[in-house]
Design a protein around this ligand. Structure first.
Ligand code: SAH
Length: 247
């Protein structure tokens, strides 16, 4: 292949095609290769001249190195993530591969194309729970020890942040989210609202708000975003919101 190759690390948004940015659609229209986790590559419409490379979830660094190698050979590669590629997704994996790869990779044309992350899509469907200070935590302990997750949870609760949890609960890690709820109930002695937002902006979307005292581990799975309010977060009618100001 000839010509100047590039890598675009793109976010496909939370599910609805209307939430794919025109910039990402444009990169996909120009691409020769699309690389990513199987269900995300499945969201890209096949066309003549476009090679699709779906791969399993646990091979992020291999996938990133493959993308860089193809671009070095002249391919126009889109690496796809759901939501935003910089949020618990492929953008960091690509830069890690650049860091560990041949020096020429540092000169490649690599661009990160943002997308709407699940946290913001979920918040928008429910109202405005992230309208004041908040933090985002990945509850998976695949890439970090549980003790670090627990420490961050406790400190975030003590600092009265609203919290958005990604990857709350999987079949291989059923315990973590139960422990998360226990830690929060220890740190927050109130019935602040908890949003369970599943498959947001897809036909399977389900939203549910319950008081922290009633939140149960089974309410979350790997397609769920969990948003725990601050001490100020509340309902107004059917909307969940956090006021702009705090004590
Ligand atoms: N890069 C992605 C996050 C990848 S981690 C982003 O920015 O959104 C995968 C986790 O994101 C899932 O376990 C779930 O917690 C959340 N998630 C992704 N899409 C979602 C959706 N449509 N609805 C609710 N949660 C979603």
């Amino acid at each position: 292949m000839s010509g100047a190759g590039w890598v675009a690390i793109a976010g496909l948004g939370p599910g609805d095609d209307a939430l794919v940015t025109p910039q990402v659609a444009d990169a996909l229209a120009q691409a020769t290769d699309v690389i990513g986790y199987i269900p995300y590559v499945a969201r890209v419409a096949p066309r003549a001249g476009l090679r699709l490379h779906p791969t399993d979830n646990r091979v992020e660094l291999d996938r990133a190195a493959h993308a860089l190698q193809l671009a070095a050979e002249g391919a126009r590669v889109v690496v796809v993530s759901s939501g935003d590629p910089g949020v618990f997704a492929m953008a960091s994996a690509v830069f890690e591969a650049v860091e560990g790869g041949p020096p020429q990779w540092r000169d490649l044309d690599v661009r990160v194309l943002p997308g709407i992350t699940a946290m913001l899509a979920a918040a928008a469907r429910a109202g405005a729970p992230l309208g004041h200070d908040f933090c985002a935590i990945n509850l998976s302990d695949n890439l970090k020890p549980w003790a670090l997750i627990e420490r961050r949870l406790r400190l975030a609760a003590q600092a009265d942040f609203a919290m958005a949890f990604y990857n709350p609960r999987s079949k291989s890690r059923p315990e973590g989210f139960a422990r998360t709820l226990d830690v929060l109930r220890q740190e927050c002695a109130d019935a602040r609202p908890v949003l369970f937002a599943r498959a947001v902006t897809t036909p399977d979307e389900e939203l549910r708000v319950v008081p922290l005292t009633d939140a149960r581990p089974e309410m979350a799975d790997m397609r769920t975003m969990v948003i725990v309010g601050s001490s100020q977060t509340r309902m107004v009618g059917r909307w969940l919101y956090t006021p702009r100001s705090a004590g």
